[in-house]
Ligand binder design. Structure first.
Ligand SMILES: Cc1ncc(COP(=O)(O)O)c(C=O)c1O
Length: 355
């Protein structure tokens, strides 16, 4: 039996590739960006510092996608990651933030780095329990939600999202809505939550397969939120990469058909991995969006260690997402690789008891 690895976080795996490795780890699309993203990109453009808030043309284009908005409601950031970081750090003076659990693994560190305290509402069958949410959100400064979700693949019901709008508006608690998977939904259109206390975070990483370009944004109706974030950004990263912003603007000109084609690919992969894991005996939620599954798994660390060292398969520990006794797999791989990965998982199951 190989040693049990002392991996601390996904950072131990991010970027690891190599001969024969099948990675169900990384949450990034393997599909190419749309060709439009490269159209008219001028590498010889003016490269002096840009506006901290982001290029006006990009913010104006985004405003057309958010009814009732103007360019002033947006800040362009280095991915959704920076938007999240700046929101919490610009508040920064303590207070609790409510997180549905399981959560995206960066949420607790982002909140703690801002000297705030994460508190949790446990999901029921992978979904927010609105009664528990209502109870726990009292006394919080903010809640942070993520639908479609990494790592559960669940999409919250519109009813739940409307409930959250109402509860947070009434209490005057901010709700940060991380919608980076808004275009990868299998069942229906995204429902973007709205209101005076809503801060929406989004990204070009997943919709347009541009993770490495690092362009995302936040939207808020509250001028003070936008100003505070810009102030923090002035003293940290300054403007977001200008060529990246040009690419983001060009990508927005991609016909919507591109998004529909991507959804079809993700759905085929979702069906394939869900069937495969179910046939192997795993108990898991069927993803309704994003590209992750979170099956139950006993001896998760031992299984992950065997899978990696003996079968060259990367999976992530559920405990990194607040879900011990589960493992998390991303299906951002072509069907042949998913099939090969499932075969290796089947073999590793002979060595470790997972049920
Ligand atoms: C839920 C969630 N939020 C934010 C991010 C970060 O996205 P970005 O590349 O825009 O920083 C990810 C990346 O996997 C994610 O899964």
């Amino acid at each position: 039996m190989p040693e049990i690895l002392k991996l601390k976080s996904p950072a131990d795996f991010i970027g690891r590739q190599g001969a024969g490795v099948i990675s169900f780890g990384s949450g990034q699309p393997d599909l190419p960006p749309p060709k439009e993203a490269f159209d008219g990109i001028d590498l010889k453009r003016d490269l002096r510092y840009g506006l901290i808030q982001g290029e006006l043309k990009l913010r104006e284009a985004l405003a057309k996608e958010y009814p009732g908005s103007t360019a002033e409601n947006f800040v362009i950031t280095n991915g959704a990651s920076e938007a999240l970081d700046l929101i919490f750090r610009s508040w920064g003076k303590g207070g609790k933030v409510l997180l549905p659990r399981p959560y995206y693994y960066s949420y607790p560190p982002i909140i703690e780095l801002a000297h705030m305290v994460p508190v949790y509402t446990d999901l029921t069958d992978g979904r927010i329990d609105i009664e528990d949410f209502k109870k726990k959100v009292k006394g919080c400064r903010a809640a942070l939600i993520n639908s479609p979700s990494n790592p559960t693949g669940r999409v919250e019901a519109i009813e739940t999202l409307k409930g959250i709008e109402k509860i947070t508006q009434k209490l005057g608690v901010y709700v940060v809505s991380d919608e980076v998977y808004k275009d990868i939904i299998y069942e229906r259109e995204n429902y973007p939550i709205q209101g005076d206390y809503v801060i929406t975070v989004n990204s070009f990483s997943k919709t347009y397969c541009m993770c490495g370009v690092r362009v995302g944004y936040l939207w808020s109706a509250d001028k003070k939120v936008v100003e505070d974030v810009c102030e923090m950004k002035t003293h940290t990263s300054m403007n977001t990469n200008l060529i990246g912003q040009d690419m983001a603007l060009s990508a927005m000109k991609t016909p919507k058909e591109y998004i529909r084609r991507q959804q079809k690919v993700w759905r085929e992969r979702r069906d394939f991995i869900y069937k495969g894991l179910t046939e192997l005996g795993f108990d898991l939620w069927k993803p309704e969006g994003a590209f992750y599954v979170l099956p139950k798994c006993k001896n998760a660390r031992k299984f992950l260690s065997v899978l990696y060292q003996e079968y060259k398969v990367i999976t992530y520990l559920g405990e990194w997402f607040g879900a011990p006794d589960r493992i998390r797999l991303s299906y951002a791989l072509d069907i042949q690789q998913i099939a090969e990965g499932l075969e290796r998982i089947k073999q590793a199951m002979q060595k470790v008891r997972v049920f």
